[in-house]
Design a protein. Structure first.
Length: 249
């Protein structure tokens, strides 16, 4: 086999390896994204079940009355911006439900995990987002999110979802952040109360995507390096060695 064909074969194999590596890593990313979404769906269903059972237990132990739980009446809290509300038993949710939902944020993939009633009211929130109101409106919007009514289109759709599975939406928060929002129905004693919502930040998905890009780049560099080494071994030395005929005196 002459040199020309050997070089063509080596370059062809390099091209095939590059394309194969890209396709393989792209599939790996799709699988990772799918697994991440499925984990969020499972978290939403687990959260909905735990919160529903916890509310039912509070009713059973007379900590709450069933009438209060399903009354859905809200009183605005004066001097709050953004506007906050009390439903008369939100402090009970702070004591008993907040520790439960905070445990979900031990997973670094989740941005929030909260229960909302069927009108989108969040009686409690994760502790990191339930800080006292700040005089800075931007900080208040980001860090003091408990006891608000999230009745935007995505929020109300999640709150009123009463199916057996979960719904996934692209959610644009009023903070400017974009999330994948997963919601599962919360039922108390068989009756629909609201939903358990978990958020997956687009930044987290982008971070995984960037990791895949780095992996692809490194793989291609390795393939190209191996190709150059093979070419170095295949091409006769006489084609790249220069033997200068230096006159002797």
């Amino acid at each position: 086999m002459n040199l020309k064909y050997r070089i063509m074969i080596v370059l062809g194999l390099c091209f095939i390896l590059c394309i194969s590596s890209y396709v393989l890593i792209a599939r790996m990313f799709d699988n990772m994204e799918g697994q991440l979404f499925e984990k969020c769906r499972v978290d939403a269903r687990i959260g909905a079940h735990i919160v529903g059972e916890s509310i039912a237990l509070m009713i059973h132990t007379k900590t709450l009355s069933e009438k209060a739980v399903f009354e859905f009446a809200y009183v605005p809290l004066e001097g709050t911006n953004p506007r906050k509300y009390t439903n008369g038993h939100d402090e009970i949710f702070d004591r008993h439900i907040q520790p439960i939902i905070d445990a979900f944020l031990l997973d670094p993939d989740l941005s929030y995990a909260i229960p909302v009633d069927r009108n989108g009211y969040a009686p409690t929130h994760n502790a990191k987002f339930a800080k006292p109101l700040s005089s800075d409106p931007a900080l208040a919007l980001r860090n003091s999110r408990a006891k608000r009514i999230y009745d935007d289109p995505a929020g109300i759709k999640a709150a009123r979802y009463d199916g057996d599975g979960t719904i996934q939406q692209l959610y644009s928060q009023d903070t400017g952040d974009t999330m994948y929002d997963f919601a599962a129905s919360i039922r108390v004693a068989g009756k629909h109360w609201g939903a358990f919502r978990v958020g997956l930040s687009m930044e987290r998905v982008d971070e995984i995507n960037n990791q895949m890009i780095i992996l692809v780049t490194m793989s291609l560099l390795v393939i190209l390096s191996v190709t150059m080494l093979i070419l170095f071994l295949v091409i006769p030395r006489k084609l790249y060695d220069t033997d200068l005929d230096i006159p002797r005196y």
